[in-house]
Design a protein around this ligand. Structure first.
Ligand SMILES: Nc1ncnc2c1ncn2[C@@H]1O[C@H](COP(=O)(O)OP(=O)(O)OP(=O)(O)O)[C@@H](O)[C@H]1O
Length: 369
C-alpha cells in the first residue's frame, strides 16, 4: 500500500485525495447507528457478511516483454460483522492488493465485492464513508503533535471543532497516548506512532477498519501492546477489523477467523483453532546435524508406523504423529541405529505454519516471510 486516506498532511491538497481517499461523514455514522451500518441491507435483504468478496482478479503490468503479474487470482473471502479477520500470507501473496480493492483505492479486473453492504465498484463513495484504513505508511506528520494529528484527521473527516477535540482526547486516552499527546510525533517510538496511526484510522468511527500489516517493524513489546489495543478496540468500538499480516503468531493471536492467502487465492479460511484441528495429530520436527542426511533420515522415519506426512526442508525433517511425545524415543532410536546424527527433536501441537504447509505445499520460512 502506498497511500493513507486519513493522512493529515494530505489534507491541504484536495487534488491528491478525491478518488483515493476513503472519507467519511462522522455525523452520519454515530455510535448508535453503527449496528445498523454493520448489518447492511443488500437488495432488500440483510447481508450476512460485512465484507463479501467473490473471485477477485487483479493483474499488474510487469514491464516490457514480461507477463503481467496476477496479484489476485480469484480471491474470495467473507467477514462477519464485528469480527477481527486476519488475512495471512507471505510477502507478495496479494494481501495489500486485496485491501486496495476493498477500500476502493484500486479496481478489480473481475470479480465483485461489497463492504458494509455497498458494492466497491458501483458505490465506492458509500464504501469510503463506512471504512477506515491504516496502511503500511505512517499517517501522522512528524512536525505535529499526536493531538494535532488526530484533530486534523477528524476535521478532514468532517467533524466540527468541538467534536474533533472530544474524539481525539478519547482516542489518545484509549491508545495510551494521553501523556505524550502534546509532543511532536517525531519524538514518538515506533509503537507509539503505530498506535497513533490506528487511532487516526478510527477517528470517524468506521464500521470497518482495514489494518495493513499493523505491527511490521515493531519490537515484541510494542507488538504485544498494539495487539492488546486492537483486540480491545474491536470490542469497545464494535468495529469489524480486517488485518493483513505475514506473522503467523499475530494471525493466531488476534483473528477470530482468518484466511490464508497464497499466490493471490484464499487456500484456507476459518478460526485458527478449526484450521489447526483439521490437521490430524501432533508435529514432529527433527533437526539434523548434517543437512545432507535429510533424505536418509526421512526414508528411515517413514518406515515407522507411528509417523506420517514426512517432509524434509534443509536440515529439518518434519512428520506428523498420533502418538504425541511417545514417538520421540522411537524416532531417535531409529535414526541412531542408522547413524543419522540429530541436533534436536521436538513434538508440538499443530501450528498455523503446519496449516499453511498443508494448503500451500511449503512453509512460511521457505517462502521467506
Ligand atoms: N503496482 C504494482 N505493479 C506491479 N506489480 C505489483 C504492484 N503491486 C503489487 N504488485 C505485485 O503483486 C503481487 C501481490 O502484491 P501485494 O502487495 O498485494 O502482496 P502482499 O501479500 O501484500 O505482500 P507485502 O506483504 O509484501 O505487501 C506481488 O507479486 C507484487 O509484486
Amino acid at each position: 500500500m502506498t497511500h493513507h486516506p486519513a493522512a493529515p498532511h494530505a489534507a491541504p491538497n484536495p487534488a491528491s485525495t478525491p478518488t483515493s481517499t476513503p472519507t467519511s461523514t462522522p455525523t452520519s455514522t454515530p455510535t448508535s447507528t453503527l449496528g445498523a451500518a454493520r448489518r447492511p441491507k443488500r437488495g432488500g435483504a440483510a447481508s450476512e457478511w460485512t465484507i463479501d468478496a467473490t473471485d477477485l482478479v487483479k493483474t499488474y503490468p510487469a514491464g516490457r516483454g514480461k507477463e503481467p503479474v496476477r496479484a489476485l487470482d480469484g480471491l474470495s473471502l467473507q467477514v462477519r460483522p464485528g469480527e477481527v479477520f486476519g488475512l495471512l500470507g507471505p510477502n507478495g501473496a496479494g494481501k495489500s492488493t486485496t485491501v486496495r480493492l476493498l477500500t476502493t483505492l484500486s479496481r478489480p479486473d473481475s470479480g465483485r465485492a461489497t463492504v458494509a453492504g455497498h458494492d466497491v465498484l458501483r458505490d465506492p463513495g458509500a464504501v469510503r464513508h463506512a471504512i477506515g484504513l491504516v496502511s503500511q505508511r505512517p499517517s501522522s506528520a512528524p512536525l505535529m503533535t499526536g493531538r494535532e494529528s488526530l484533530e486534523l484527521a477528524a476535521r478532514v473527516q468532517g467533524l466540527d471543532r468541538a467534536t474533533a477535540r472530544r474524539r481525539s482526547g478519547e482516542l489518545l486516552e484509549r491508545f495510551g497516548l494521553a501523556p505524550a499527546a502534546d509532543r511532536l510525533t517525531r519524538t514518538y517510538s515506533g509503537g507509539m506512532n503505530r498506535r497513533l496511526d490506528v487511532a487516526i484510522g478510527l477517528v470517524n468511527r468506521p464500521a470497518v477498519l482495514f489494518l495493513d500489516e499493523p505491527t511490521t517493524g515493531l519490537d515484541p513489546e510494542a507488538r504485544a501492546q498494539l495487539w492488546a489495543e486492537i483486540a480491545r478496540m474491536a470490542s469497545v468500538e464494535e468495529t469489524t477489523v480486517l488485518l493483513t499480516t505475514h506473522y503467523l503468531d499475530e494471525a493466531d493471536h488476534l483473528s477470530d477467523r482468518l484466511a490464508i492467502v497464497d499466490r493471490g487465492r484464499v487456500v484456507a479460511q476459518g478460526t485458527p483453532d478449526a484450521l489447526k484441528s483439521e490437521l490430524r495429530g501432533d508435529r514432529l520436527v527433527v533437526e539434523l546435524v548434517d543437512p545432507t542426511s535429510g533424505a536418509a533420515a526421512a526414508e528411515r522415519l517413514s518406515r515407522l508406523p507411528s509417523l506420517f506426512d514426512i517432509v524434509t526442508e534443509g536440515r529439518q525433517v518434519r512428520g506428523r504423529t498420533d502418538q504425541g511425545a511417545g514417538v520421540l524415543p522411537v524416532a531417535l532410536a531409529e535414526l541412531e541405529r542408522w547413524g543419522v546424527a540429530v541436533a534436536s527433536a521436538t513434538v508440538a501441537r499443530p501450528s498455523l505454519d503446519d496449516v499453511y504447509l498443508r494448503h500451500a505445499g511449503r512453509t512460511f520460512e521457505e517462502v521467506g516471510s
